[in-house]
Design a protein around this ligand. Structure first.
Ligand code: SF4
Length: 345
């Protein structure tokens, strides 16, 4: 049975799998931080982490926490003093590895205990302990994490979240599988996953494999791009796995010699227009009438492309056949009708 900890009001360790991201603006820039937090909130991020590299950042943190629309996690390296200052600023969680903290760790832990703030131990390739470097990577990640957990347990602290990330999909999955035997909730993800395209592939493979095994309590998709993309990717994973039902799914055919319309651009336009519609609708964009409707069985609203006119269908039945330049507006109309139906269900 997993422990449940709370980051602000967000549970980590229960049935709800939360989505988190990390700010990539200057930690000294309060307005830029708040702007990015608002964008992340709009994308339905649950928790946001920010780096606290020095006293200057810890000093402005209070203002960010006070005005933030999301619970804030302070990312601390090495300094107990910065952790203390961050807790005083009101953060909802700390990410720090107790083994490399200089200063009064007990004070940090006592304050976290008193304010019921969880601590995440985050091990990645770079933080593997020297003594475990000769082990296979997944074992070294887990052994290093357990060593850090011991330090907190010795101080009678148990509101712990753990992550063991590698940039290798296989090592990441293996490490989390080993760690899943512990009672502590897991923050899952692949570290240094890369640019948007490769990063999405790596994260999807590792996080998807883990979630299908029932492993993982909070997700961070790491990408070298706008953090909003991380959140959208994480939510898509949860929706495509059926764990969440809070966004539309656009399916589209791979196109072939029978294709009569620009499937890709229509599907992309629908995704873009409705990415924030929190309804579990399935929208199908299919390139021809021959196979389109049959192949997209189960779609709430769909399109089967024709040479000059295309058919829009709802629940498998054609509701309108329109000139091809009216495709998007017609699809939009029926998607909104279906969304309204879901509200009233
Ligand atoms: S739906 Fe039609 S156009 Fe699309 S791949 Fe199938 S046969 Fe080809």
């Amino acid at each position: 049975m997993k422990n449940i900890v709370y980051c602000g009001g967000v549970p980590i360790g229960g049935d709800y799998i939360s989505v988190q991201s990390m700010l990539n603006v200057s930690p000294y820039d309060v307005d830029a931080s708040l702007l990015q937090i608002d964008s992340l909130k709009k994308a339905k991020c649950d928790i946001v982490r920010l780096a606290v590299p020095d006293v200057k950042a810890a000093t402005v943190l209070k203002d960010i926490v006070r005005r933030s629309a999301l619970p804030i996690v302070a990312d601390i390296h090495f300094s107990a003093a910065l952790a203390v200052k961050s807790i005083e600023a009101g953060v909802a969680k700390i990410r720090l590895n107790p083994g490399n903290v200089k200063g009064d760790l007990k004070r940090v832990v006592d304050m976290a205990k008193e304010r019921k703030i969880p601590i995440r131990i985050g091990i990645n390739h770079g933080s593997i302990e020297k003594e475990f470097k000769n082990l296979p990577v997944s074992e070294a990640l887990v052994a290093s994490a357990i060593k850090q957990v011991d330090l907190l347990e010795k101080l009678s602290f148990s509101d712990i979240v753990i992550s063991v990330k590698s940039s290798s999909v296989a090592d990441t999955v293996e490490a989390y599988e080993k760690l899943s035997k512990l009672c502590y909730p897991l923050h899952i993800g692949v570290t240094e996953a890369g640019t948007k395209e490769n990063g999405i592939i790596k994260n999807s493979m590792a996080i998807g494999a883990l979630l299908l095994r029932g492993i993982g309590d909070t997700i961070r998709v790491s990408l070298s791009c706008d953090p909003v993309e991380e959140v959208l990717c994480a939510r898509k994973m949860l929706n495509f796995l059926g764990i969440r039902k809070d966004m539309i799914e656009v399916i589209s055919c791979p196109t072939c010699g029978r294709t009569k319309i620009d499937v890709a651009s229509i599907a992309e336009k629908v995704e873009k227009e409705f990415f924030n519609l929190s309804k579990p609708l399935k929208i199908a964009v299919m390139g021809c009438v021959v196979n389109g409707i049959g192949e997209s069985e189960g779609a709430d609203v769909g399109l089967a492309g024709g040479k000059e006119k295309s058919s829009v269908f709802m629940d498998g039945k054609i509701v309108e056949t329109v000139e091809n330049d009216k495709i998007f507006d017609t699809l939009k109309k029926y998607i909104l009708i279906k969304a309204e139906e879901k509200i009233n269900e």
